[in-house]
Write a protein that binds this ligand. Structure first.
Ligand SMILES: CC(C)(COP(=O)(O)OP(=O)(O)OC[C@H]1O[C@@H](n2cnc3c(N)ncnc32)[C@H](O)[C@@H]1OP(=O)(O)O)[C@@H](O)C(=O)NCCC(=O)NCCS
Length: 185
């Protein structure tokens, strides 16, 4: 595919008011509500860039930096940072705003890898390239390229580690951990 689209053409903002039914037992907004909004905006940005059906392949490091309260307005900003042949890394920044106090909190940043899929064959389909118009877009593309590289390397390293683990030796070390092995197992 020799088509290219700008980063800005698929950038998107989603705002949602946190209503009482979104709260958990502690009275704060359930993390799953925020994750669901993140998945929705990631899909929208990826589908808008690729103009194709997409699936979520992976989600990197969702660290909730601040709790979100009921009554706050959550704003999600999404941008396609990097594209490969069929995958797109969507960067998502989440803020939550307390109207009464006039406080805006950064609640988390995460990276979703979305893959364009052919609706008939269900196989990964090529996506347009990115036109990088600003210095920050070039930086984000490079950072995304390295995240993809390290994600792949981590997967391989963990596979090797799992294959080579001495389970008997590791089991003997479990007394240092916060667990106990039930007798008779
Ligand atoms: C994501 C999926 C389409 C990849 O299919 P696949 O046959 O493994 O495809 P490939 O190995 O050819 O990889 C295709 C692209 O996806 C990327 N990819 C595959 N698995 C990935 C993962 N776990 N994380 C990040 N990227 C991934 C590859 O790097 C590749 O990118 P590129 O084309 O830009 O180089 C397939 O695993 C799938 O359908 N998964 C289920 C997705 C889903 O249903 N999500 C919703 C869950 S509720």
């Amino acid at each position: 595919m020799t088509e290219y689209r700008s980063v800005k053409s698929s950038q998107i903002v989603l705002k949602e008011l946190m209503i009482p039914s979104y709260s958990n037992f502690g009275g704060k907004v359930h993390g799953g509500i925020i994750l669901s909004l993140m998945d929705k905006i990631a899909y929208t940005a990826a589908a808008s860039h690729s103009r194709s059906y997409c699936v979520t392949a992976s989600v990197d490091s969702v660290n909730f930096l601040n709790p979100v309260e009921v009554g706050e307005l959550v704003t999600l900003l999404a941008s396609v940072n990097y594209v490969g042949r069929s995958s797109m890394e969507v960067g998502i920044k989440v803020f939550s705003e307390d109207f009464k106090k006039g406080v805006n909190k950064h609640t988390n940043t995460s990276y979703f890898t979305m893959v364009a899929v052919d609706e008939h064959t269900r196989k990964p389909a090529p996506v347009p390239g990115l036109i990088l118009e600003e210095e920050i877009e070039v930086k984000r593309f490079i950072w995304g390229k390295f995240r993809k590289k390290y994600r792949g390397e981590y997967k391989e390293q963990f596979k090797t580690l799992r294959r080579n683990l001495d389970i008997a030796c590791e089991t003997a070390l479990l007394h240092e951990e916060n667990c106990k092995i039930a007798t008779g197992k």
